[in-house]
Design a protein. Structure first.
Length: 244
């Protein structure tokens, strides 16, 4: 979920959210840490992830900046550390060796990557000593990459879908509006339910306040049928919000 202030984090945890996603480049790790500390949810119940930015992916830099992230988050370890993008200082051998080291020392519990192609995923899996736990990528009804979902399913890791509401553009898609009307829901819930229906897919929608947090949770109760899913898969429109 997108995080702007500690109160939003604490509210999310009180409502039952248990996955917090941040990154060095977002500039909000301290906010997330403050919200986590303020909430009643036990630390061991919260899955906390952050990402190393492109300019810190050299081996020593990745280790140093990850430790700095832990300080800002005020935790001893994160549950998941991502390579944010395979650009800049990214070198598979050097970068992933640093991630393996961090996992080996217990600073990081799981290793992930973000915004990778299938070829880059295969390369990372071949270089890592650690099992690949997750791949975070833009994924929504207007930007579908079934080959990434299939790769995650085949190799037993999670695909984590960011921007699942296409930056609000899902509200202007007639197919989604028709499905929403059919189920007495809204387009956001339909988009999230479609993603949640995919094997090995985890969704991290942004939320700016309690109303959005509560609305996103309704997707868990929405059951789309095969016709709904087929209609979404057939949407003839592509919008990529975050190209390389």
């Amino acid at each position: 979920m997108g995080i702007r202030d500690p109160e939003t984090v604490a509210t999310a945890l009180e409502l039952g959210y248990r996955h917090l996603d941040t990154a060095q480049i977002y500039g909000n790790e301290a906010v997330v840490g403050d919200g986590l500390a303020a909430a009643d949810a036990p630390r061991e119940e919260v899955f906390l992830a952050t990402k190393v930015w492109a300019d810190s992916l050299a081996r020593d830099d990745a280790i140093e900046t990850t430790r700095a992230s832990l300080g800002r988050l005020d935790v001893d370890a994160v549950d998941l550390l991502y390579v944010h993008r395979p650009v800049g200082a990214y070198d598979p051998e050097e970068t992933l060796a640093a991630f393996d080291r961090l996992r080996g020392e217990g600073t990081v519990r799981h290793v992930g990557v973000s915004n990778f192609s299938v070829d880059q995923l295969d390369e990372a899996r071949s270089v890592l000593d650690s099992p690949l736990f997750a791949h975070q990528t833009e994924y929504h009804p207007l930007f579908r990459r079934p080959e990434l979902v299939e790769h995650a399913r085949r190799h037993g890791y999670y695909l984590v879908a960011y921007s699942p509401l296409a930056g609000g553009k899902v509200f202007d898609v007639p197919v989604l509006s028709a499905i929403a009307e059919k189920h007495g829901a809204d387009e956001a819930a339909v988009s999230l339910a479609w993603l949640l229906g995919k094997e090995n897919v985890v969704v991290i929608p942004k939320a700016s306040g309690e109303a959005h947090l509560r609305a996103n949770l309704t997707a868990r109760e929405l059951e789309l049928d095969d016709g709904d899913a087929a209609a979404i898969e057939s949407i003839d429109r592509e919008v990529e919000l975050f190209p390389d």
